[in-house]
Write a protein that binds this ligand. Structure first.
Ligand code: AMP
Length: 190
């Protein structure tokens, strides 16, 4: 299974990615997590990514694409993966297409978690208080929603045209949403 988990910031992608990857027996590859780990380790990549992340902007495509290329070439991703938070721009879609084609692979499904923006902003403000992320002021949170709408939301149309998109209601208990996703996956992969 090679799948993407998409949806606006705060829709619970990270949480669902971990649960679903476990259930499906594939690694969850989260570009946000990889960037955060690099920031924590103060690597060159982390230092570069941090200024974009703190402002709620996307890390440049060249940087993100190179990182994903490296990660997906690791052995554990050979038999499948769940990408969380990638691709987020049209050039990233192209890079992922190329990466998959190089190995004779293709995507099986693209799951989009759907939720109301106001509900998400509330959820993110609550989460920010608990986690203390550095990209967590209300202004940055709203900006991240706007960047998603402008840059990433249009990608849903691209995957819908390819017949890969399944939209799932992202509001509810973690288990409830996971079950919805697993049920929805059956409809596209069968
Ligand atoms: P996330 O945890 O997925 O919301 O990602 C946190 C931050 O990492 C984002 O706000 C971006 O700054 C950066 N990031 C994660 N994935 C990408 C991506 N595919 N392209 C560009 N920037 C990304």
């Amino acid at each position: 299974m090679r799948m993407l988990l998409m949806g606006p910031p705060g829709a619970g992608k990270g949480t669902q990615a971990k649960v679903l990857a476990e259930r499906l027996g594939i690694p969850a590859v989260s570009t946000g997590d990889i960037f955060r780990q690099n920031v924590k380790d103060e690597t060159e990549l982390g230092l570069e990514a941090k200024r974009y992340m703190d402002a709620g902007n996307y890390v440049p495509d060249e940087v993100t694409n190179a990182m994903v290329r490296d990660r997906l070439s690791e052995a554990d991703a050979g038999a499948g993966f769940l990408l969380d938070g990638y691709p987020r721009t049209l050039p990233q879609v192209g890079t992922l297409d190329d990466l998959l084609a190089e190995h004779g692979h293709k995507l099986d499904a693209v799951v989009a978690l759907v939720a109301d923006t106001d509900v998400l902003v509330d959820r993110m403000l609550r989460r920010a208080k608990i986690d203390g992320r550095s990209d967590d002021s209300e202004e940055v949170i709203r900006h991240r929603q706007d960047v998603y709408t402008a840059e990433t939301k249009p990608l849903l149309q691209v995957y819908a045209q390819r017949g890969l998109l399944v939209e799932v209601d992202g509001v509810g208990e973690i288990d409830e949403v996971s079950e919805r996703v697993l049920a929805a996956l059956k409809t596209v992969t069968e």
